[in-house]
Write a protein that binds this ligand. Structure first.
Ligand code: MN
Length: 259
């Protein structure tokens, strides 16, 4: 076995270090992480410039570490295709400093690295501490170790990866673990428009999350209720309801193309 630890907050993130330290107890760990913050990079991979990886001191005894100029998904590809021997048998991504809940998971580099783990065919999870600016990753790291132990023993269904959010509350007040679905996480978005010193407009997207914890069974409700949320996610973005509902659309368009 060989655990790949990556993240989207960059090689110097304390959450990455805490995750590597914790999983080291289970067996060999290799860290491959971006050289800078890549939050909100999504599932991007590097195709149009050289991808570099350089071995660095992980700061964790017995853990090999590489820093790359690539994205979180690049880190998983690098581990699977070159840097790790034996190949990774588990991908752990995080611990992100801030939540990855609801609709936001589609932007997340942390979650995308776990998705890439599913693509290379190994159990994978993304783990986030659900408060921006949180500094104590101890409890989330301990939970990651327990989860990894289970995943290494039991595996996951093919194509499935896990998105984990740990509430940032004292460990004794965490009420349990829930398997959840993704909620809806809207933002009170504002586009701030300013003028640069050369007179040209620039934009900065800002906003506050509008939590909707009212939907029972969602990741957002679970975290707001002081539960650790585990959402099983999958690569297949197909709307299976949509296939049924749009059957008439194909008929209508087929008729049109035959005219
Ligand atoms: Mn991040």
């Amino acid at each position: 076995m060989h655990i790949l630890v990556t993240n989207d907050d960059g090689i110097e993130s304390p959450g990455l270090l805490a995750l590597a330290q914790s999983l080291r107890a289970l067996g060999p760990v290799t860290v491959i992480a971006p050289d800078r913050e890549r939050s909100a990079i999504g599932h991007a991979i590097t195709l149009h410039k050289p991808l570099r990886a350089r071995e660095v001191d992980a700061g964790v005894s017995g853990v090999r570490a590489y820093v790359t100029n690539g994205t979180p998904s690049d880190c998983v590809v690098l581990g699977a295709l070159d840097l790790m021997d034996p190949r990774p048998t588990l991908v752990a991504s995080g611990i992100n400093g801030g939540p990855n809940l609801g609709d936001d998971v589609t932007y997340s580099g942390t979650v995308a690295a776990a998705m890439e783990g599913a693509i290379i065919g190994v159990p994978a999870f993304a783990i986030s501490l659900a408060r921006v600016g949180a500094t104590d990753f101890t409890h989330a790291a301990a939970f990651a170790c327990r989860l990894a132990t289970q995943l290494l023993a039991e595996g996951v269904p093919e194509g499935v990866f896990l998105n984990v959010n740990v509430p940032d509350v004292p460990p004794e007040t965490i009420r349990g673990v829930q398997i959840t679905r993704l909620g809806r996480r809207r933002w009170d978005e504002r586009l701030v428009k300013r003028e640069d010193p050369r007179g040209r407009a620039y934009y900065w997207l800002v906003g506050d999350p509008l939590h909707d914890g009212s939907l029972a069974g969602t990741d957002i409700a679970a975290v707001m209720d002081d539960h650790i949320s585990i959402t099983p996610a999958q690569l297949d973005l197909t709307s299976h309801e949509g296939i049924e509902q749009l059957a008439g659309l194909a008929d209508a368009l087929s008729r049109g193309s035959a005219d």
